[in-house]
Design a protein. Structure first.
Length: 318
């Protein structure tokens, strides 16, 4: 009798459970949260390098979700996106490119496999400079600058570090705001307000750096990898790269650099944390200089520009 009662109870429970399930929407998972995208979900945006993320986050605020392709410690010259990144990129609304080398291999994949992804070239409107490969690469400055068109794809040889110039930052910030407003017109007013706040901060930073570096106008600072050309141009400095076409200088080239460094009383060689600094340390030891780190890929662009200015000023004042 007791077994019969238990069987009736179990059967009733099963029938109740089946009845509840039959009342659910077909295909629904009652135990999982609803992950359906809502109209207020942040706009998914990809950028190539961390400094771009700073710009997009400042303009987009809470209305954007930004992902960076080049991870910390990696070099944009040799980076290759992972399969997971490519899958997430295919689901994004916007991709802001900037001209770093790995993009040359990425763009054909985007064009063939991600036709709905809008690519925004943040170089549009920025006057580009050529990468400086040796100490006298800028002898004829007029020949080393060309205007970047929005549809430019043949960018090999151009310096992509356009976020290291406040004037170029302003242009990029406008491009970001325009693209976000077009993709998400419901928050266009917020994007414009954020843009104005960012532009004010850029101008304040530029004024401060000008004050820091004005006593050193016209002076040279030695760098191992020539990533700081736009910064040098903005403040009247002369970037002198140790590398020759991306390689450590030969003994003959090093001798010429030693003579120039001694004549200019160079006290520091600036290096990037993304590159092995062994060669730079050897060169620095040869001229009695110290190695100082400048990170062109630091995410907080404005703070980084001020830190770069302070370190260069300290080296030139030594």
């Amino acid at each position: 009798m007791r077994g019969h009662v238990i069987g009736v109870v179990v059967t009733a429970a099963l029938l109740a459970l089946m009845s509840a399930c039959s009342q659910q929407t077909p295909g629904a998972e009652s135990t999982l949260p609803d992950t359906t995208t809502t109209p207020d979900a942040p706009l998914r945006v990809f950028v190539s390098v961390a400094p771009q993320a700073y710009l997009v986050e400042r303009v987009g605020g809470e209305h954007v979700e930004v992902e960076v392709l080049v991870r910390p410690g990696e070099s944009p010259a040799t980076y290759a996106p992972s399969p997971r990144q490519m899958a997430r990129l295919s689901e994004a609304a916007l991709y802001f490119r900037v001209g770093v080398p790995f993009e040359n291999g990425l763009m054909p994949k985007i064009e063939s496999a991600m036709p709905r992804l809008r690519v925004v070239d943040t170089r549009a409107g920025v006057t580009l400079r050529r990468m400086q490969h040796h100490a006298h690469a800028d002898e004829h400055a007029a020949e080393h600058k060309e205007h970047a068109e929005a549809h430019e794809h043949g960018d090999d040889g151009y310096d992509p570090h356009i976020w290291l110039s406040p004037a170029a930052l302003r242009i990029q910030a406008h491009s970001v705001a325009d693209a976000l407003a077009e993709a998400d017109p419901g928050h266009a007013e917020a994007y414009r307000a954020n843009l104005e706040a960012l532009l004010r901060d850029i101008d304040t930073t530029h004024a401060h750096i000008t004050e820091i570096l004005s006593p050193f106008k016209g002076q040279a600072f030695f760098v191992f990898h020539p990533a700081y050309g736009y910064f040098a141009d903005a403040y009247g400095l002369d970037q002198v790269p140790v590398e020759v076409e991306g390689k450590t200088p030969s003994p003959k080239q090093l001798q010429a650099l030693l003579e120039e460094a001694k004549a200019k009383r160079v006290k520091a060689i600036f290096v990037q944390p993304q590159f092995n600094r062994t060669s730079a340390e050897h060169v620095a030891a040869s001229i009695g200089a110290k190695v100082v780190v400048l990170d062109p890929l630091a995410e907080d662009v404005l703070r980084n520009l001020e830190e770069m200015a302070a370190r260069i000023a300290n080296a030139l004042a030594a």
